[in-house]
Design a protein around this ligand. Structure first.
Ligand code: ADP
Ligand code: ASP
Ligand code: MG
Length: 442
């Protein structure tokens, strides 16, 4: 079999939300025989007020776990799949599969198992329709007993399995624990499965099919019709997706980075659009036309503000503060510091209800002169490989915000010169993004 020119194609939820959408995906797969391995998500929204199957599954598990009647929600899930099977004109009978899931719900199964059935069932349908073998992700993607993804074991087992296949459908979003139980990635995790399959199958390209024609400079729900990004590096993309650009799961970069496989983000509804290429950082990469590649941000953060005279001379102050945070099982997001001040940015959801304890324990451990946890903060990352060596980018960001009367609560410039991060009050978030975009989108 020709080892060159082959691709993994991952389709997102909206690309597989209905029979009509699945037909588009199938036409894309069939149009190019190098599209050998297919990774489907669960059916997503058919229209904006619709509910994703994954959310219905989470709901049905919640109902059954609380002893509520879950039949109505279960019927809704079945109806979604039956509508797809009928719409595709297939004979496929999923009733035995539904019975297994129903029995598992009655037996008190885990949320991960139930949530994973969205991709599992969609994978069965797609495999049958395409005539491709179905490979259950639980047999080829592994987590350790603590739930950490086992990259190397997975790669060994999956490479061996895929080497024997011309084609296959491998459902996204989940794998298994050492005891065989299903474990999912975090939400949006089918992107990670696509990257894992791309690495294991040693493909030349990982096509990620979604509902936008690639990565746009900024979230299209905030700025109307933003400029598309033609080429972006893994590092820039990781910064943007970590900061909230939800097109691609932030952890999807790692497996393909090891193998230096480019990702092409494509639009299932407009397959001829070029989309965005995500590539390794290379010297040969042509200089981007704009200093800023993209802008993304996240709400729901909190800032711990610490002051202490002569902090700069006190060995271990920062360490003691971070130790408390780690001991409480919280991870920090950013750490901008001055000479006698230090700020720690944390996720609001992580510290909700733990503020008092956090303050008390930091006071005991590090004796700051001042400590306060401030109000809701939003962070905005301005990212671009073109920023290195282009003076004045930071001041353009600040001026753009000043012009709109937006107060900057925090600034953090990565030493990589790849990003500038500013913190603004949560209510200013959208306005700040628009102001920065307007400054840099030429
Ligand atoms: P899928 O279901 O195919 O995985 P997602 O919903 O996860 O798709 O990701 C695509 C969505 O990401 C787009 O519909 C868009 O609303 C959103 N999005 C956020 N930031 C950006 C951005 N910078 N460029 C393009 N889309 C973005
Ligand atoms: N279906 C899962 C979710 O909604 C995974 C994915 O779509 O990537 O999060
Ligand atoms: Mg997604």
């Amino acid at each position: 079999m020709n080892q060159l020119h082959h691709k993994v194609v991952k389709f997102g939820g909206s690309s597989l939300a209905s029979a009509e959408q699945i037909k588009k995906a199938v036409a894309i797969i069939r149009a190019d025989e190098t599209r050998r391995f297919v990774v489907p998500s669960a059916p997503g929204k058919r229209f904006s007020a619709d509910t994703k199957v994954t959310d219905l599954l989470i709901k049905v598990h919640g109902e059954s776990a609380s002893g509520l009647d879950f039949e109505k929600t279960f019927a809704e899930i079945k109806a979604r799949y039956n509508e797809i099977v009928d719409g595709l004109g297939m004979e496929l009978d999923l009733s035995a599969e539904f019975k297994i899931i129903h029995d598992q719900l009655l037996g008190g199964t885990t949320l991960d198992y139930v949530a994973s059935r969205g991709e599992y069932l969609n994978g069965l349908i797609l495999a049958a329709y395409l005539g491709f073998p179905f490979i259950d992700a639980a047999e080829v993607i592994f987590f350790d007993e603590n739930g950490n993804f086992e990259a190397e074991l997975t790669n060994r087992v999956m490479s061996r399995r895929l080497a024997r296949q011309k084609n296959a459908v491998i459902p996204g979003f989940y794998g298994s624990l050492p005891n065989g139980a299903v474990k999912t990635f975090s939400r949006g995790g089918s992107d990670i499965t696509g990257a894992i399959v791309a690495r294991a199958a040693k493909v030349d390209l990982y096509e990620n099919w979604t509902d936008v024609s690639g990565f746009l400079m900024v979230d299209p729900r905030i700025v109307n019709d933003p400029k598309p990004i033609e080429v972006i590096t893994y590092r820039e993309l990781r910064e943007l997706s970590y900061m909230g650009a939800s097109v691609l799961h932030e952890d999807a970069i790692f497996p393909v980075k090891v193998a230096r496989i480019p990702i092409n983000i494509k639009n299932t509804n407009r397959p001829d659009d070029g989309g965005t290429f995500i590539v390794p950082t290379e010297k040969s990469l042509k200089q981007p036309s704009s200093v800023v590649t993209g802008i993304a941000g996240r709400k729901g953060l909190r800032l711990i503000h610490l002051e202490k005279d002569m902090m700069n001379q006190e060995i271990g102050f920062g360490l003691r503060v971070l130790q408390v945070i780690a001991d409480m099982g919280i991870s920090f997001e950013h750490l901008p510091s001055g000479i006698d001040t230090m700020c720690v940015v944390l996720s609001g959801a992580d510290i909700d209800g733990k503020e008092e304890e956090l303050i008390t324990r930091i006071k005991e451990a590090a004796h700051p002169d001042f400590i306060a946890i401030e109000d809701a903060l939003a962070l905005i990352a301005v990212v671009g490989r073109g920023m290195a060596g282009t003076p004045g980018t930071a001041s353009r960001v600040f001026q753009a915000l000043a012009k709109e009367d937006i107060n900057i609560r925090m600034i953090d410039q990565g030493s990589s010169e790849l990003n500038i991060i500013v913190g603004v009050n949560e209510p200013d978030f959208e306005k700040a993004i628009r102001a920065i975009y307007a400054e840099f989108a030429e």
